[in-house]
Design a protein around this ligand. Structure first.
Ligand code: UD1
Length: 461
């Protein structure tokens, strides 16, 4: 396994291009199975999750060619009606196969996704939607079994205890486009990835109205045809790169930014004190700006609110912003796995209650060895390491490779000192007396909201 070794505290400057959206692409790949004709997707990022999804549709019988961001899917051989655990455990988004399997084959046996590093991620809303369309479902040995004699349009709500669901809205949409009659989905997710799927399906001959609203009306079609589609660019990659420039005191132009999808993230960065200027319809100049930076109070919410997928990266920025910030995570209350690792770099963060962190911003972080627990946590650690003084090692970067295409190359082009090296288990030992960067007040070393740890006592002196 590889890790990134990063020499931090260097401002990143230059121009960088945002790639195609991973999360928009994933349901489009399975949606291509809804037709019997070939579909072409362009601007598909070369990422682990995308390659897993290609593996899945091949497993289901499709022929796929993928080169230079062009993905051609010929679904004429689509026949397999099962997604095994071996595939599902590698990527939860494999559950997106269920809608097309139900719609085209009338049956499906799909492994339940199970747990995930960012918390419990149930699929009850997906199943609720399928059931409303007339699918009979059972459960056996970790699998959902589904069967029907004909999908029938109906009116249904996809509101869960945590609000709307991107995944359930996409999955149920994919079944409803081939149902008999009209389906109305209330409380549909409004994320750009859902809009992208609606527009893509309409380009295949589906009839979806209300695109971009929380009520989608779908008039079922007899069949869909193939299409040729350019994937929208990645709003989370754009937000991550913008924060990377800001946290390193840099200045850069981001190209191919999906302006219409970025409002809340860019609003937060402007509130913080960033200077953001559009240089064209999709080119954004990002500059740290003069003057003091403001701490923020952020709540993650479904779109158009602040995205949970940019929360760990923002946490890193706020850890380096003097003053008190707070973040409430309403989508995944447990999504703070990056916090203990950021603390290894010197961040001061506590969690007074589930789903909320408080950040006492500091002026500087210091390089250390840290470990990524998931995709966005990994991104947060990379950009904190780019800002920290000294050298950091970020381990388990395979998480990051799931969702950022050529990240290392892009960062290097902006002047980052980042290199990929094999993960070693060796402890280099203390080769010279440690340089004390900052005298630490023992009361400041707090273990996750617990009582202060007194180093003197733990060292037995
Ligand atoms: C997608 C994104 C993920 C992002 C998330 C929220 C992909 C591949 N992943 O995930 O990066 O963090 O949207 O923007 O696009 N829920 C239920 N029951 C369900 C489904 C979801 O209770 O059946 C809950 C979830 O636990 C969560 C909330 O609803 O609290 C939102 O989840 P959802 O929008 O479905 O996320 P995903 O589609 O899995």
């Amino acid at each position: 396994m590889d890790m990134f070794e990063i020499e931090g505290a260097r401002p990143l400057r230059g121009t960088v291009r945002v790639g195609g959206s991973k999360n928009a692409c994933l349901p489009l790949i399975t949606a291509a199975l809804l037709s019997e004709e070939p579909t072409v997707l362009r601007g598909v990022p070369n990422l682990r999750d995308i390659r897993e999804m290609i593996g899945l549709v091949r497993h289901l019988g499709a022929r796929v060619e993928y080169a230079n961001g062009r993905l051609e899917i010929d679904p004429s051989g689509f026949q397999a009606d099962s997604v095994p655990y071996e595939i599902m455990r590698k990527m939860r988004a494999s559950f997106y196969a269920m809608g097309p399997m139900i719609a085209r084959l009338g049956r499906a046996k799909v492994s339940l996704p199970g747990g995930c590093a960012i918390g419990d991620r149930p699929v009850d809303l997906h199943l609720r939607g399928f059931h409303a369309l007339g699918v009979r479902m059972g459960r056996s040995a970790g699998y959902v079994l589904a069967r029907h004699e004909g999908l029938t349009g109906t009116r249904l709500s996809l509101l869960g205890t945590n609000g709307t669901s991107v995944g359930a809205t996409c999955n149920v949409l994919m079944a409803a486009v081939l149902a008999r009659g009209t389906t109305v989905i209330d409380d549909a997710a409004r994320e750009p990835e859902v809009i992208e799927l609606c527009n893509f399906l309409n380009s295949m001959g589906a009839r979806i109205e209300g695109v971009g609203t929380s009520r989608l009306r779908i008039d079922g079609a007899e069949r869909l045809h193939g299409t040729d589609w350019e994937v929208c660019s990645d709003r989370i990659e754009a937000a991550t790169l913008a924060i990377t420039v800001l946290i390193t005191h840099g200045s850069a132009v981001l190209e191919n930014v999906p302006r219409e999808h970025m409002e809340s993230a860019l609003f937060a960065l402007e509130q913080w004190g960033a200077e953001l200027k559009w240089k064209g319809p999709r080119a954004l100049s990002v500059h740290r700006g003069r003057g003091t930076k403001r701490p923020l109070q952020i709540v993650t919410e479904p779109y158009p609110g602040f995205p949970t997928d940019a929360q760990p990266q923002l946490t890193a920025l706020l850890a380096l912003t003097p003053g008190y910030s707070a973040i409430r995570e309403t989508i995944y209350a447990e999504r703070f796995m990056h916090v203990p690792e950021l603390k290894r770099l010197g961040a001061r963060i506590t969690s007074p209650e589930r789903g909320r962190i408080e950040i006492a911003g500091t002026g500087a972080l210091e390089g250390a060895a840290v470990m990524a627990s998931d995709l966005r946590a990994g991104a947060a650690l990379i950009l904190a390491a780019l800002a920290a003084h000294g050298t950091s090692q970020v381990r388990r970067i395979y998480h990051v490779e799931r969702g950022y295409e050529r990240l290392e190359e892009k960062l290097r082009a902006l002047g980052a000192r980042i290199r990929r090296v094999p993960e070693s288990e060796e402890d280099p030992g203390m080769t010279e007396p440690p340089a004390i960067v900052e005298e630490v007040d023992s009361s400041a070393i707090v273990v996750d909201g617990g009582p202060p740890v007194t180093p003197a006592r733990t060292m037995g002196s």
